[in-house]
Design a protein around this ligand. Structure first.
Ligand code: ZN
Length: 148
């Protein structure tokens, strides 16, 4: 009974170390992608992880998305990423892109969806990072949680 919270706080501590290291890495290579680069990146990620099957018609940054990291409208083939991701490590931005690309293939967050996400090797780490950011109070939502 006493051991569980102790172990969890150790895990939390480790997560924070990772978050801080990621922040440092992000600052070092801080360079924001433009919409065109973002679309190009999405195309490459789709080729790499989904054999090019996810083909968004548009990929762009939006500033009006404060409760979600990314969203997608499969009927339009449009993907939107929150500008709050700008400055985060590349693998985190890539995760959100891969996540939204996967929604073009599979709606919802069922087993088929997560099997697709397994192709991206840093899914768990990126989710941990975003959870850390959420825990810091910046955003109330993590992709793969409810409602997105
Ligand atoms: Zn989702």
């Amino acid at each position: 009974m006493v051991l569980i919270p102790a172990r969890m706080s150790e895990a939390e501590e480790q997560r924070w170390v990772n978050v801080m290291l990621d922040k440092l890495a992000a600052q070092e290579s801080k360079r924001n992608l433009g919409d065109a680069e973002l679309a190009e990146r999405a195309r490459r990620l789709s080729d790499q992880y989904f054999d090019g099957r996810a083909r968004p018609a548009s990929v762009r940054w939006v500033t009006n998305q404060n409760t979600r990291w990314g969203s997608c409208t499969p009927s339009e083939g449009s993907i939107r990423l929150s500008h709050r991701l700008q400055g985060m490590p590349e693998y985190v931005v890539d995760y959100v892109l891969v996540h939204e690309l996967a929604h073009l293939l599979v709606p919802g967050h069922g087993p088929r969806f997560w099997r697709l996400l397994d192709a991206y090797p840093r899914t768990e780490r990126a989710r941990g990072y975003l959870e850390g950011v959420v825990a810091a109070g910046r955003l109330p939502h993590v992709p793969g949680g409810r409602g997105e």
